[in-house]
Design a protein around this ligand. Structure first.
Ligand code: BJW
Ligand code: ZN
Length: 244
């Protein structure tokens, strides 16, 4: 499953980056966005995942997020998450750059996680910026409001048309530029600017490996494509790294 060039790169690598998307968490039971089973088959992004939609219909958007918060709170990291966390024993630097908002990398034990699209466990008031936990917002019915300024509270995630958090983005670019081996895992690679990171890494000299169930637009541009489930491929990769 793993090529000789990849094994050689891994033997000499100091810095490993894993860039992950919804497919990484699919085996934990989090639905992906696109494709036949994707969330966007049932819900329209323009009605749910942008700020104007939220202001137009906060009830609907909150109903969707409260349901997803409950799903995510009830699931566990899968063997792929744990394999990435265990890579920290074998390389000097391991960074996770994730588009996922489900917090599963941290829960699996990864210590350096850059969250490009936010985190569903956090919320903040659009009036005063105060942060609220899920526990606090679940105490309120329907649409949660800020007890301090009565502003609308929103989930701390990045919607279409919104800027990515500065520090997370800058740290991700730095990690991509310093990666010896860069894995793009379980992402369709269609949402920018996140989707530019694998190519940034490649331009900076990284060996770029895509792990996905199926080929994507990125596949032609990377050094190597491994077709399979991340929850199968990553534990096997960890075994190879241990014995390499
Ligand atoms: C497996 C597997 C297994 C399955 N093993 N693999 C025109 C108008 C307006 C904006 C734009 C525009 N053109 C471009 C833009 C910019 C826009 C964009 O890129 N849009 C494109 C879709 C066209 N980007 C933005 O708006 C970003 N901000 C920005 O650019 O700011 C500057 C700006 C300001 C003002 C105006 C314009 C620009 C922000 C993007 C925010 C994305 N937010 C979401 C929602 C997060 C919150 C939430 O979850 O509720 O982030 S959208 C959604 O897509 C989510 C994901 O992180 C993101 C990426 O999806 P991902 O992870 O790749 O999932 P899928 O489902 O697409 O793919 C899963 C893959 O896994 C598949 O390939 C499967 O095969 C595979 N798979 N099981 C391995 N077991
Ligand atoms: Zn407030």
């Amino acid at each position: 499953m793993f090529s000789q060039p990849l094994l050689t790169k891994l033997r000499n690598a100091e810095s490993i980056v894993a860039f992950t998307g919804a497919g990484m968490s699919a085996e934990s039971g989090v639905p992906t966005f696109r494709g036949d089973q994707g969330i966007w088959k049932k819900f329209k992004p323009e009605e749910l995942a942008n700020f104007d939609a939220f202001m137009r219909n906060p009830e609907l958007v909150w109903e969707w997020y409260k349901a997803r918060k409950q799903i995510i709170a009830a699931i566990q990291p899968n063997p792929g998450h744990y394999a990435l966390a265990a890579m920290e024993k074998h390389f000097k630097h391991v960074s996770i750059i994730t588009q996922n908002i489900d917090n599963l990398h941290r829960r699996a034990g990864s210590s350096t996680v850059h969250e490009l699209h936010g985190n569903i466990e956090r919320n903040y008031c659009i009036g005063c910026g105060k942060h609220y936990t899920n526990e606090e917002i679940f105490q309120q019915d329907h649409v949660p409001h800020c007890p301090v300024c009565n502003g609308l509270i929103r989930p701390d995630v990045v919607w279409f048309g919104e800027l990515l958090p500065d520090e997370e983005w800058n740290n991700s670019v730095t990690a991509a530029e310093h990666a010896d081996v860069f894995f793009s895992i379980g992402t369709s690679g269609v949402v920018y600017p996140a989707a530019s990171l694998p190519l940034m890494a490649k331009l900076s000299g990284a060996y770029v490996v895509e792990i996905n169930l199926e080929p994507t637009d990125l596949s032609q541009k990377v050094n190597e494509v491994i077709l399979g489930k991340s929850g199968d491929v990553l534990p096997q990769l960890l075994l190879v790294v241990k014995n390499n």
